[in-house]
Write a protein that binds this ligand. Structure first.
Ligand code: TYD
Length: 133
């Protein structure tokens, strides 16, 4: 899988004096069917999460609050995406090594996933990832 398949996707924004609203629909704004969501919060300063790749799981990651970086490494190139708006998300195809860092205070990472949680879908060893990609 190539880093070029990662996509920043802008979600609809319904601007309103009462407060703004955004939304996403499966197979419309994001290119997969939603199976699961999870969120990462209360991250202490300087911590790193998500150092792994998935064999089949695709994800869409939104900074619902605050900001953080998602860093990809395909063994040759490192590419960093910073998320800091609740109406932008990052589409992450399967098969890419990534980690998340640089979390701001009170940041909230909301992740929409295409598969159930399944530990056997993870590759947690970078060497193994490089050998299998
Ligand atoms: P994990 O995805 O391994 O996070 P990180 O790569 O940042 O360490 O998730 C941490 C633990 O949380 C994992 O061992 C099992 C549990 N977990 C679930 O039970 N369901 C889920 O949907 C997720 C994402 C994690």
């Amino acid at each position: 899988m190539s880093l070029d398949e990662i996509k920043i996707i802008q979600l609809p924004r319904i601007l309103d004096e009462r407060g703004n609203l955004s939304f996403l629909e499966e197979n419309n704004h994001i290119p997969f069917t939603i199976r699961r969501t999870y969120w990462i919060y209360d991250v202490p300063g300087g911590e790193t999460r998500g150092g792994h790749s998935y064999k089949t799981n695709q994800e869409f990651i939104i900074a619902l609050s605050g900001s953080f970086d998602i860093v990809f490494n395909d063994g040759k190139t490192t590419r960093t995406y910073s998320l800091n708006r609740s109406y932008y998300g990052l589409y992450v195809p399967a098969g890419l090594w990534r980690h998340m860092d640089n979390f701001s205070t009170n940041s909230l990472a909301f992740i929409v996933a295409s598969t159930d949680y399944n530990e056997s879908d993870y590759i947690r060893d970078f060497k193994r990832y490089e050998e299998n990609k």
